[in-house]
Design a protein around this ligand. Structure first.
Ligand SMILES: C[S@@+](CC[C@H](N)C(=O)[O-])C[C@H]1O[C@@H](n2cnc3c(N)ncnc32)[C@H](O)[C@@H]1O
Length: 476
């Protein structure tokens, strides 16, 4: 008996693209909702939907440029449904060898008809047949910045911004990296018998020389489920994970024995170097990656208060706390811009992992590059400074303030640190080199800051700075 398909994958792809491109929804949320709603789809169909939607969004500037070469009606003037059908079809023509060109054209025409555009079936068919025939001869813009923009589908203003701070080679390396498929990076939790102080840990900063026994144990277990866990060179408990479909299916994940986190984020807590019993406040903590890591590093001692703005966000933190099984951490709803006088000078460590432009994680958040604007960068810097101004008050004398962002934009990073230190002479950069593996030590700036760049480093684009508040001077 032939299987009757209640939905068509391409129709679902179109629905997602319409939500994202026309209504400004976040692609990862829309994809998650659609896959959640159509759980009966098989693994191959789900993979197709994810690949085509993410790929179409990732390459959208290039796809529109190609379509404009073959269509009399420019992409901007097309009806939104037709525009998105054509975009995803050209993505399949250019990037998916497994789908025959004729099938791509036929399916696109059928979908246009199904969506009420039978009058445009000839147009859709004609544009796609000529694109399929002429794809190999497309000429990219000769202007160097325009050329990069089309080839890597990156808005021109972002490229110009980067080219002010990084050389062309570095920018191209980052652009290539954003388009690569990469395994997940995960943080392996110390086992409960090792949660007590010390716990037979390799010394800090030893990088890959010493891989944790928990990693080796988990590696063996996952191998049996067809999943690869490979040590990451920067930290003894950071790993690459590949071969998994849905993490929730893995018992080890449900039990909190590992968490998804980029290695750059793990370095935040490494740099903060907590001591047993430390009091930690994370002012922007959701979904809780760094806060839970900090609680793990405290090995059940001290306390971590993980704050975020909304009930929804603190709910996300709580889910991660529950999964971790740790009792030295709690979530709290609080606006980081507003000074919390009760916390004045209470914390040994304040983590300020702040909202930012996200320009270091464009490979993971495919539609972000179309939503960030130059104006939004300015207001983000203002917000970051406002939050830093409130957060500094919680650091006790001798304590640390760790500032981090997932961007590669200097005005949100090093420039903010310079601004902060100028305003607050009681703070100084702390030497972070001893917390880092050999591979990273040489990239530390001004002894306390590290800018990680995608493709140059084995991590997301990320910035970290560790500042220490001086002890009061003795008067005699
Ligand atoms: C970069 S994310 C934090 C990621 C988190 N540190 C982790 O490791 O999982 C920034 C967070 O800041 C939160 N945020 C934005 N404005 C805020 C505010 N005024 N007060 C508190 N949190 C805020 C956002 O909700 C977001 O969760």
């Amino acid at each position: 008996m032939t299987k009757i398909k209640p939905v068509n994958e391409r129709e679902l792809v179109l629905g997602i693209l319409m939500e994202v491109t026309e209504k400004g929804q976040y692609s990862h949320l829309v994809i998650r909702d659609v896959l959640g709603k159509y759980q009966y789809l098989d693994k191959k169909e789900r993979a197709f939907i994810t690949r085509v939607t993410e790929g179409t969004l990732e390459h959208m500037i290039e796809l529109d440029y190609i379509l404009d070469q073959f269509s009399k009606v420019k992409v901007k003037k097309m009806k939104p449904v037709i525009r998105n059908i054509l975009r995803s079809a050209v993505y399949q023509l250019k990037y998916m060898d497994t789908v025959p060109d004729s099938a791509v054209c036929n399916e696109a025409v059928k979908l246009a008809v199904k969506k009420g555009f039978s009058g445009l079936r000839g147009f859709v068919n004609g544009v796609l047949r000529s694109t399929s025939a002429g794809l190999g001869q497309v000429r990219y813009p000769s202007d160097p910045v325009e050329g990069l923009s089309v080839r890597y589908s990156m808005p021109v203003w972002i490229l110009k911004l980067w080219l002010q701070s990084y050389d062309r080679q570095t920018v191209e390396t980052m652009l290539e990296e954003f388009q690569k498929e990469k395994p997940l990076t995960v943080r392996v939790r110390p086992s409960l018998e090792n949660i007590g102080e010390g716990g037979g840990r390799p010394p800090r900063g030893t990088g890959a020389e010493a891989v944790w026994p928990e990693v080796l144990k988990l590696q063996k277990e996952l191998e049996g489920e067809g999943i690869r866990l490979e040590p990451h060179p920067y930290l003894p408990y950071a790993c690459y994970l590949s071969g998994q479909d849905y993490l929730g299916d893995l018992q080890s994940f449900r039990e909190g024995r590992f968490s998804v986190q980029d290695v750059s984020s793990m370095l935040v807590c490494e740099m903060a170097a907590p001591k047993p019993g430390d009091v930690v406040i994370d002012v922007c903590a959701a979904p809780g990656g760094k806060a839970v890591h900090m609680a793990e590093m405290l090995r059940g001692t001290g306390s971590v208060e993980a704050r975020d703005l909304t009930a929804y966000k603190t709910g996300l933190i709580q889910e991660n706390i529950d999964r971790s099984g740790l009792s030295n951490i709690q979530a709290r709803q609080m606006d980081a811009r507003v000074l919390d006088a009760a916390s004045a000078e209470k914390a040994d460590i304040v983590i300020a992992d702040l909202p930012c432009s996200g320009l270091g994680v464009l490979g993971k958040k495919t539609d972000l590059k179309y939503n960030v604007t130059e104006e939004s960068l300015e207001s983000l810097v203002k917000l970051q400074r406002e939050i830093l101004t409130a957060a500094k008050a919680y650091v006790r004398p001798g304590g640390k303030l760790v500032y981090s962002t997932c961007t590669i934009n200097p005005s949100e990073n090093l420039e903010n640190v310079h601004w902060f230190l100028e305003q607050n002479p009681e703070f100084a950069l702390r030497d972070i080199r001893e917390s880092l593996c050999e591979e990273l030590k040489g990239d530390v700036q001004e002894k306390g800051c590290l800018q990680l760049l995608p493709g140059i480093h084995k991590s997301d684009g990320f910035f970290l700075a560790c500042m220490e508040k001086g002890l009061p001077q003795r008067s005699n």
